[in-house]
Each structure stands twice: as C-alpha cells, then as structure tokens.
Ligand binder design. Structure first.
Ligand code: SAM
Length: 350
C-alpha cells in the first residue's frame, strides 16, 4: 500500500506539466519511498549483485591497495571514507585484509556515507572487528576534518540522476518526463533547448548525436577532489562506465535482475547509468590532482594480484572448490562480463 507521504510526493510530480528527467530519477530513487530509501537492493536474492558480493577476493585486492597507499604516502592519522557501502561486504573484506598492517586501522577515522537506512542496519550487523560506535555514519559528504583522506567506492557514482540531450542537425532537444492522467502513466517527451547557457555548453558536443550528463555526479566528485587538493589524499572509485563517445544512452532500470523501462515499478526498481569517466578525469585535472590509475577492472585486479590470491586461497583451503573460485574471478575480469565495462579510477595528490 502507498503511504500518505508517497501519495503527496507522487501528486507533486504528476501535477507539474512536465519535468526534467533527472528530477524524475531523483524522485524514483531518493524521493519519499524512493528505491534507495526503502529497499534492500543488493544480493543474489535481490535486484543486483555487485563485485564484493561475487567474491571476497575483490575486497582483498582493494584492501591491499589501500594499505599500500596509506603505508607509503600517509603513515599517520587519516580519514577512511567509504561511499555507499551497500551490505558492508567490501569493508568486511578490507577489515580482514588489514590484519597484516594493524597500524592502518589504529590510525583511521572511519566514515560510511550511506543514504539508505535499511542498508545502514545491515552494515552495522556486518562489521567484523569494529563496534558500531567506531564508525561515523552520514547521509552526505561532510568534510570537516583536516586529516588526509582515503576515499573509496564501488558502484556508487552510477546512482546519480542524469539529463539526456539529442542533437538533430544542431538543434538540441532535452528529454523530459510527462504524466498521462488517463493512462496513469509516465512517458518521455523531447523539449527544444532554448537556454543560451546550456546551448553554449552543448556546443562542445556538436559532433555527437546524443549527450548524457550527470551534473550532480560531477559536482559530488568535484567536492571530493577539492577536499583532497586542500587536505591531501586519494580517491579510488570503481564503477561501470565509459571514456569514449557513446552511441546510445546508458540510463537503465533493473528489476529482479532484469532490464525494464524506467517508468515501470517506480520506487521498486534500480535506475542507474554508466559513468562518464572523461568528465571525472577532467574535474580531477582541474583540481591539479594526478590520475594514478585509469584502467579496466580486469587490468586493475590482475595488476594487484587477484590471480595469485586465487592460487593462495586454493592452496590454503583444500575444501574450496576450484571451479567456484574460477567462476568468481572470471565474472570479475572476463572482458565479456564485468572485466571491461567496469573501470577503476584513482586520483590523488600524494
Ligand atoms: C549500487 S549500491 C553499491 C553498494 C556497494 N558499494 C557494493 O558494491 O556492493 C549503491 C550504494 O550507494 C548508496 N547510495 C546511493 N546514492 C547515494 C547517495 N547520494 N548518498 C549516499 N549513499 C548513496 C546506496 O544506498 C548503496 O549503499
């Protein structure tokens, strides 16, 4: 049953003649009763499975990478910030890996940036060695500390709403959303762009037929880069995305592991889009940060030892089934599965 709050918020959108696509996505994901505020999305039984849920080796490799950075470049008190920890699985694997360098966590002020109350409860339960009181949870980034920071995320930046533009012989149109009362349905319309500011911005993309952008994602990342620039640090982000021109819009909705229309199951299904890594790289460069890595998930995991880790796990525990570990690693690194689509970007001034 719909709650009163949901009805009000739904009416609010329906009463408007038409509204921007990113406003619709924001409403469906983060509005009252939005998907990310009320659903447990992650896991084999739920809507989608993420890399940390596929294999412990993913978190172990990230863990080793974080330990190395801290030891080599910081080696003192620091902020450890995970963006969107989901079920807390990645952190759990990092916690275990960090046993080889106990000073890492002794010096860490840990922050979880999490908007979803249900997921926060799961994260609290899933901690290995830490008490809840040792983790600082926050819904939004709130940079007060002047310590250097290690900020990391997996599948966080794909959650931000996007706007979509179409170029028809140098006439730009933007995708908007309308509500049809008779059919009780949302649908999309294209509105000619008349704002000079936007047209000016779009002129950079005049050779493209389409342009998809998430201003909120770019702004969020810019905040991170500015913080690092001021207080030192590193940001490691893994997400699905691209660094070449796209031929089709990447916005998608997933319900029970299946692709659907973004206008169905509102508030019940995940809506995400591929991250435009070129824009993030540009933002980092503007803040004078170094691009330490920009590689596919496959190259990152292989470079930092996932194949050796698999061998080690098999040799230490004879009960582990080789074909199961092979399948986990294949899913993460095979170029036809997650290996190429997912990319790893590391920006830093350390
Ligand atoms: C796709 S899930 C990925 C979860 C986890 N990192 C993993 O790999 O399994 C996205 C996570 O980010 C959180 N999230 C999404 N947008 C957010 C935002 N704007 N602020 C804070 N948390 C957000 C979600 O609630 C969820 O925990």
């Amino acid at each position: 049953m719909l709650s009163k709050r949901k009805i009000n918020k739904t009416k609010l959108l329906k009463n408007e003649k038409n509204f921007r696509l990113d406003k619709f996505i924001e409403f469906a994901l983060f509005g009252n009763n939005g998907y990310y505020l009320r659903k447990k999305p992650i896991g084999r039984k739920f809507d989608f499975v993420t890399s940390p849920e596929i294999s412990q080796m993913f978190g172990e490799i990230i863990g080793v990478y974080l330990l190395y950075h801290w030891k080599e470049k910081i080696n003192s008190k620091f902020n450890l910030i995970e963006l969107g920890p989901g079920n807390g699985t990645l952190f759990k694997d990092i916690e275990r890996t960090a046993k080889i360098l106990p000073n890492f966590f002794k010096n860490a002020k840990i922050y979880f940036i999490e908007i979803n109350k249900e997921l926060r409860k799961i994260q609290e339960k899933n901690l290995n060695y830490f008490k809840q009181s040792e983790i600082r949870w926050s819904k939004a980034l709130n940079f007060r500390s002047k310590l250097p920071s290690i900020i990391y995320s997996n599948e966080f930046f794909d959650c931000f709403p996007v706007r979509q533009f179409l170029n028809d012989n140098n006439n730009w149109f933007e995708r908007y959303v309308k509500f049809n009362e008779k059919e009780n349905k949302y649908y999309s319309i294209n509105k000619r762009v008349i704002s000079k500011k936007i047209l000016n911005y779009l002129s950079k993309y005049k050779r493209q037929k389409i342009y998809e952008v998430s201003y909120s994602r770019n702004k969020y990342f810019e905040q991170i880069c500015k913080h690092i620039k001021k207080n030192r640090g590193v940001c490691i982000l893994i997400d699905y995305g691209y660094n070449k021109k796209i031929k089709n819009f990447t916005l998608q909705a997933i319900y029970n592991h299946k692709k659907t229309s973004i206008f169905e199951n509102i508030g019940q299904q995940d809506i995400s889009s591929h991250v435009n890594f070129n824009e993030l790289i540009e933002i980092a460069k503007q803040q004078k940060l170094k691009i330490k890595e920009f590689v596919s998930q496959r190259d990152f995991l292989i470079k930092y030892g996932i194949l050796d880790r698999k061998k080690k796990l098999l040799s230490k525990n004879l009960n582990l089934k080789k074909n199961l570990l092979d399948e986990e690693v294949d899913r993460l690194i095979n170029v036809d599965r997650m290996g190429n689509l997912f990319k790893c970007l590391v920006v830093s001034n350390l």
